[in-house]
Design a protein around this ligand. Structure first.
Ligand code: GSH
Length: 103
């Protein structure tokens, strides 16, 4: 099982200003195996994501042990690039830390 990238449905927008793409690109660049879990563009329709995380904003990374990490996309990308989030058995090494509150 791979880590999961919970992201929005705006798949075509591949610019660094797009939070979901920023994190997806970091995963690609790091060569991490991941599965994309797409959620609606509108916050109010993200019922599954809200149930899972208690939050509305994307993106988030779900580790293989089920831990969900939601931080600012910039921070998530840095965690990936610095090796704090990895694929395979070692992915559990990331510390989930406190969840960000969505607003
Ligand atoms: N500053 C946040 C922004 C996250 C963000 O705006 N994500 C978009 C998806 S790419 C979203 O959830 N938009 C829905 C909304 O703001 O209602 C970050 O960098 O993580």
């Amino acid at each position: 099982m791979a880590v999961k990238l919970h992201r929005c449905s705006v798949m075509w927008l591949k610019i660094s200003a797009h939070p979901c793409w920023k994190v997806q690109k970091a995963l690609d660049d790091a060569g991490i195996d991941y599965e994309v879990v797409e959620h609606p563009g509108s916050r109010s329709k993200r019922t599954e994501y809200i149930e899972l995380t208690g939050q509305k904003l994307l993106p988030a990374i779900q580790l293989e042990d089920g831990t969900v990490i939601r931080r600012q996309s910039k921070e998530l990308a840095e965690m990936i690039r610095s090796g704090q989030i990895k694929s395979g058995a070692s992915s559990g090494s990331a510390s989930a830390g406190p969840s960000e509150t969505s607003s």
